[in-house]
Design a protein around this ligand. Structure first.
Ligand code: MOS
Length: 742
């Protein structure tokens, strides 16, 4: 391989930052189209049952209304379930909008009103009269926990087989903790609402501006459901206003907007309201029991982790909730179980670090309880049980610098000044608590393709079909391209979020920097080699005898490193090749060594300080230190932002975020941002992000592991542990609210 120096990981501000702050980065619901019509969704008022009668006469009579679609009056779409499967959907029968008169969840779309303008559509939608035949429903996992069963089909592997004899080891262990933990239902609530604008083109093709984390997933769904050949469906999502997982699967506004467009042969936009956004995916309600047995020195002798997670009646959404408990610590006797309980909600959807956010919260809370029971410092307990190998899979790690995270995080936080006893630190009427927890997330690499091209002026364009969901993908890919080609970043444009670009999986799982980054590096390296080869080959080239290592791409020419007069212009190279631009395509895949023989994970240690008002019970998170081991850091600015965002969401999970339900209505109730509380600026104080050194040459040549999710994992546990340290009160249900502390 020609020598491209290791990626330096220099900081760079966001290349798309100016577009975003000046409103020039359009989102799915922003795109204009000639003759655009507007759809408004009518949502079911019951959670289960059927539609007895639906009367749309009054709606249709409103001037400006074009159509009202219902299950009775719906243009053709695929009948079979399997046509509605998407690339990341779970096993089951996907929801088919307007398929029939049955209601599966509160807020299910039951009609779409399309009008000349949005206000008319909204008003007319309020005139649609519906009579229902309701059935009894429940959305409370607790009420159906007895019915919980293992998934009938697996989305990925089941939890690892039991090892050793956990029950016997637990019974003989001198120290035990055994508790149930619960986390409130959470909704993703990105700033950008679910939206799709479909542009009808006169040649029968459609351009779909969809709020999605995967343009190719959207394209294959639309083409299968509506029987269109993929070349008739162009999907674009250049910018995504936050998603956190809700854009992984096609959502129902996509179906409705495409359906109406094809029927009317006219462009249509459907944007869901914030309220309707509570009738799509969510982080599933999960009941967890964690039991730990240890000897008097805190060495784990048994680990048991059982989870019961909610899913819909029609699909088996699955997450890795319990697997972490067999992985995080050295223990010979482990039993992990994961079951699903069906309730009358939409299907849950992956939400930032799905599974780990829940499972590691429970495990790291239990570890804190064990540390307290054993009177061992929480870090020391973790060090005594440090896992040098992935015991779930019996593999070494590609790298694991978690010890440095403990060490560096503790140092920055000042952990050695902590007094161990609960309620022993205070400042006036405020109790002060210091807690910590570990975090872990998979470091994945998924097959991804990229192309790179250069035109005569020396401008390089790089394209991948992946999206930038706000994580900094445009920026790191620009840096990687510029570095590989040895040119300034200003000479690179990155194109993303377009189904005509080279194949990429959905942007998710924290795999994009590694996967798309490796593909871009490979494509740019191939382009550079082609360029240099062509420059040497050109007739009477002054570079004919130069080594690649001595050649540089500078502006619009290729020149010798030491003697700039020896140069060939790009114009001459392209002319000799008979092309407008030179282009290279490459696909990056994980190496067998990295993926099969070793396990790759990101790790973190999170330290939190809380202050609890003794009279009011109010909790404030005044300091967080998140120390992260994630391999090579490609860009310290965007990397830090990812961890900050994850920590903020973790603070929200610990103290605020909670989708409330009324089970008599089987409905989520606080369907707006006034009542669904996200952490806001006033809730956030000091957050210190540390990246420890971690060399990982096995995961990919870039050595990076991805950062989109690790920031949230473990954060809520660190805060709950700090609350215990402050107050002596162990709350095992998130969010922790002040009434539990009074
Ligand atoms: Mo993520 S939950 O894979 O967007």
């Amino acid at each position: 391989m020609p020598a491209v120096s290791p990626f330096p990981g220099a900081w760079h501000t966001r290349v798309d930052g100016a577009l975003k702050v000046t409103g020039r980065a359009p989102y799915a619901g922003d795109f204009a189209a000639r003759g655009l019509a507007h759809g408004w969704v009518v949502s079911a008022a019951i959670a289960k049952g059927s539609i007895a009668r639906i009367d749309m006469r009054a709606a249709l009579a409103v001037p400006g209304v074009l159509r009202v679609y219902t299950h009775k009056k719906r243009p053709g779409a695929a009948w079979f379930n399997y046509k509605y499967h998407d690339a990341v959907g779970p096993p089951g029968r996907p929801f088919r909008p307007l398929r029939d008169g049955r209601i599966h969840f509160s807020g299910q779309p039951i009609a779409l009103v399309v009008a000349e303008d949005l206000e008319t559509a909204r008003y007319a939608a309020s005139l649609v009269r519906v009579e229902y035949r309701p059935d009894a429903a429940t959305i409370d996992v607790e009420r159906v926990r007895e019915s919980a069963a293992e998934p009938t089909k697996r989305r990925s592997g089941p939890p690892p087989e039991p090892r050793g004899d956990a029950a016997a080891a637990m019974a003989s262990a001198p120290l035990h903790v055994d508790h149930e933990y619960r986390v409130a239902i959470e909704h993703h609530n990105p700033m950008e609402l679910q939206a799709t604008t479909v542009e009808w083109q006169d040649d029968g093709k459609i351009t779909v501006h969809d709020k999605t984390q995967g343009v190719l997933n959207t394209r294959s769904y639309v083409s299968a459901v509506f029987g269109l050949s993929p070349d008739k469906v162009h999907v674009v999502a250049p910018y995504v206003g936050g998603a956190f997982g809700i854009g992984l699967r096609p959502q129902y506004q996509l179906f409705l907007a495409v359906m109406a467009t094809l029927d009317l042969q006219r462009s249509v936009r459907v944007t869901l309201t914030r309220d309707q956004g509570f009738s799509v995916g969510y982080r599933p309600d999960t009941l967890q029991r964690v039991a730990l047995g240890a000897d008097r020195d805190g060495h784990l002798q048994a680990v048991m982790h059982d989870a019961i997670a909610g899913t819909s009646r029609f699909e088996e959404h699955q997450e890795s909730v319990v697997d972490w408990s067999g992985l995080a610590y050295q223990c010979d006797n482990v039993k992990l179980t994961y079951r699903l309980a069906r309730i009358d909600t939409p299907t849950p959807t992956d939400m930032r670090a799905p599974g780990a956010t829940l499972g590691v919260y429970a495990l790291e809370s239990a570890m804190d309880e064990l540390a307290h029971a054993a009177a061992i410092d929480p870090i020391e307990l973790r060090l005594r049980n440090y896992a040098e190998r992935d015991q779930n899979e019996d593999k070494p790690f590609t790298s694991k610098e978690l010890r440095s995270c403990y060490q560096e995080g503790a140092r920055r936080f000042g952990w050695d000044r902590r007094s161990a006893a609960p309620r022993s630190m205070r400042d006036g009427h405020e109790l002060i608590g210091w807690g910590m927890a570990g975090g872990i997330w998979e470091a994945m690499f998924t097959k991804t393709s990229a192309r790179a091209s250069v035109e005569r002026g020396g401008h390089v364009e790089v394209g991948v079909a992946t999206s930038d969901i706000g994580t900094g993908t445009y920026t790191v890919l620009s840096q990687i391209a510029a570095h590989t080609l040895g040119i300034p970043i200003e000479r690179v444009s990155v194109k993303l979020g377009d189904s005509s670009l080279p194949q990429a999986p959905v942007e998710g799982g924290s795999w994009t920097a590694t996967s798309a980054g490796s593909a871009v590096a490979a494509a740019c390296e191939a382009l550079r080699n082609d360029l240099f080869k062509s420059a040497r080959r050109i007739k009477s080239s002054p570079l004919s005898r130069s080594r690649f290592a001595d050649l540089r791409l500078v502006d619009d020419r290729i020149q010798h490193r030491d003697d700039h007069s020896r140069a060939v212009t790009l114009a001459d190279v392209l002319q000799a090749a008979g092309v407008e631009k030179l282009e290279a395509n490459k696909t990056a895949k994980p190496s067998l060594i990295g993926s099969k023989r070793a396990a790759s994970y990101t790790h973190s240690a999170i330290f939190a300080e809380v202050r609890v008002d003794e009279e009011l019970g109010v909790v404030r998170v005044t300091r967080v230190v998140s120390a992260v081991a994630a391999g090579k850091i490609l860009n310290p600015i965007t990397a830090r932002s990812q961890i900050l965002g994850g920590v903020v969401m973790g603070i929200g999970m610990a103290l605020f975020e909670e989708t409330q339900r009324d089970d008599s209505l089987a409905r989520f109730m606080n369907r707006n941002l006034a009542e669904y509380h996200l952490a806001s600026n006033a809730d956030i104080r000091d957050i210190d992000v540390v990246f420890v050194d971690e060399q990982d040459d096995r995961i990919s040549p870039l050595g990076a592991k991805g950062l989109g999710e690790i920031g949230i994992v473990g954060t809520a546990a660190a805060i709950a542990n700090a609350i215990f340290h402050a107050t002596g009160r162990r709350v095992r249900e998130l969010p922790v609210t002040l009434d539990e502390l009074l």
